[in-house]
Every structure is written in structure tokens, then in C-alpha cells.
Design a protein around this ligand. Structure first.
Ligand SMILES: [Zn+2]
Length: 68
């Protein structure tokens, strides 16, 4: 079952639930009990791995020479 993350619009409480797609409409805030919530980005494929970010060298590689 997928994990969905929600945020309460009333009290700002964030929580995640492992529910089916159909039950998302029934979700209520565990803090204040309101149904006034919004869904955040799901936590799919959150396994650790290599970093995608490559450290680019400072300066401009291949900058056009400024002619004067
Ligand atoms: Zn709340």
C-alpha cells in the first residue's frame, strides 16, 4: 500500500498514512480532527542511493572570449 503525506490546513500538522488511494478522501488530521487537509508529495522511492548532484567547477567552462 502506498504512503501518502498530508498537511492539515487548520493547524499545520504534517502526517503520513499508509492507505489505499480510495481512502484519501476520508483522511482527517490526527491533531485537530478536521478533514480540511491537503496531500503532499508522496514518499515513493525514497531509498538511499548515490547523489545525482555533480560539483561543477567554478568559473565558466567554454566561455567566449571577450573581445575588446
Ligand atoms: Zn489539524
Amino acid at each position: 500500500m502506498p504512503i501518502f503525506e498530508f498537511e492539515c490546513k487548520d493547524c499545520g500538522q504534517k502526517f503520513d498514512l499508509m492507505i489505499s488511494n480510495a481512502d484519501k478522501d476520508k483522511v482527517k488530521c490526527p491533531q485537530c480532527g478536521t478533514g480540511n487537509i491537503k496531500q503532499l508529495i508522496s514518499l515513493f522511492n525514497s531509498s538511499g542511493g548515490g547523489s545525482k548532484y555533480s560539483n561543477l567547477p567554478p568559473g565558466c567552462a567554454g566561455c567566449a572570449q571577450q573581445g575588446g
